[in-house]
Design a protein around this ligand. Sequence first.
Ligand SMILES: [Zn+2]
Length: 219
Amino acid sequence: MVSYEELFENNKIWAQRKSRSDPEYFARLAREQHPDYLYIGCADSRVPANDIVGLEPGEVFVHRNIANLVNNSDLNVMAVINYAVVHLGVKHIIVCGHYNCGGVKAAMQAKDLGILNPWLRNVRDVYRLHQAELQQIQNDHERYNRLVELNVTEQCINVIKTAEVQQSYHSKGYPEVHGWIFDLPTGRIKDLKINFEEKLRAIEEIYNLTGQPWPERSS
Ligand SMILES: [Zn+2]
């Protein structure tokens, strides 16, 4: 284990290395940020947002929580989406789940988990929404993996339900919403290829908050 004191030493080495290769690096970072991406991922320590896609500080706005949830009563994630879309003008919003997700696994068990109950209820609700499909899968591990994927898809739909995302997409043509799975055993990202416009239209009847019909452009 890396000791607590070593963290400061590591930081010093990192800052020196960055400054040596680019003397303006921190001055530039300190001035402003222009990330094109908002990444919403799991808090799991094995899935570092910047690293898995090779992005530097300043290039991706990050929000992480247990099981990468986008809960409409969670002020934290709602504020992050608002800031990213309205003020930073991100072009893409990525919801990234991962196989071997402890949060999703815990939600699959009918068990009292204390304060985690209301949080993981969101994943249990995803299970209930897709119960017919999930119950067809005999293998426990495959069913678990499928719930990880379905959870990401549902969280993408939750992103699409927000007024900020709809209004920005309507007026500017972005952001697009993407669902990814990080495969821990290989380190590779799997794009669930969520059809953003199709999802927008599927929820239009009761979730359209733009006050206008959905745009007809295709991505
Ligand atoms: Zn996780």
